[in-house]
Design a protein around this ligand. Structure first.
Ligand code: ADP
Ligand code: MG
Length: 223
């Protein structure tokens, strides 16, 4: 398969300086995490609690640094054919282990094949489903629907949360725009960049009754 190298203007948007700083901070963060985890094996009681806070905050720094690196690196999109449903199901089972789903019900329907970068598309689906679950919590519904249309594949993630505020609607894809106390505001910026590198895009909208829907549009895989 031929590889398509997509040079983007993302670097200009995020700034070479930010990308450079992210790169320099990445390694020391890894060292800090390694040592915290080493200490956690020996620690008990209050000390163990303090170390967990250090670990959580370090992971948060790592999320930000990885997001910045994702935005700054040109993305190579291989023409590998992927079954979207399988990818979505993998993402969901991994999310079940790592995030608090509470009583949010998650369903998947449809299937289609696309050409793309499996790891990066998994990242997009993870971001969209995570946002939907965070919006729908504690007891709503999240639905992932995959449709093959003429010339394109659409994957939509809808939730029963309270929908997008006018400000959020306008600023969703801006790096660092977040309304969550623990948010990084990088999930949708990175996801949109990945979608665009695949020749597609993400379209948000508010649903008539309640909640939001994010649709990832991708070009159909060519045989
Ligand atoms: P983060 O999740 O770290 O805040 P994102 O880039 O993933 O960053 O999302 C940016 C913002 O967009 C969120 O803080 C939220 O305000 C809004 N948003 C994203 N998804 C949804 C959704 N499904 N429902 C309502 N608002 C959303
Ligand atoms: Mg997010």
């Amino acid at each position: 398969h031929q590889e398509r190298l997509v040079h983007s203007e993302r670097l200009a948007g995020i700034g070479r300086l930010a990308a450079g700083v992210a790169h320099e901070i990445n390694n020391p963060l890894g060292v800090i995490l390694g040592y915290v985890r080493l200490l956690q094996r020996k620690a008990e009681g209050a000390l163990a609690d303090d170390l967990r806070i250090i670990e959580e905050e370090t992971l948060r720094c790592r999320d930000i640094v990885e997001g910045l690196l994702d935005l700054s690196r040109p993305l190579q999109v291989p023409g590998e054919t992927l079954a979207l449903r399988e990818l979505v199901e993998e993402v969901i089972s991994r999310l079940r282990e790592s995030i608090q789903l509470s009583d949010v019900s998650l369903t998947v329907e449809g299937d289609a094949q696309v050409a793309g970068h499996p790891q990066r598309l998994r990242q997009v689906v993870t971001n969209l489903v995570k946002n939907a679950v965070e919006a729908a919590r504690p007891s709503g519904q999240v639905k992932v629907a995959i449709h093959a249309r003429e010339g394109e594949v659409a994957l939509s993630v809808s939730d029963t949360g309270s929908g997008l505020t006018p400000e959020a609607h306008e600023r969703l894809f801006e790096p660092f725009f977040t309304t969550k106390p623990q948010g990084t505001g990088l999930g949708l910026a990175v996801s949109q960049a990945i979608a665009q590198a695949h020749g597609g895009h993400i379209q948000p909208r508010n649903l008539p009754g309640r909640g939001a829907e994010f649709t990832l549009h991708l070009p159909r895989s060519t045989p």
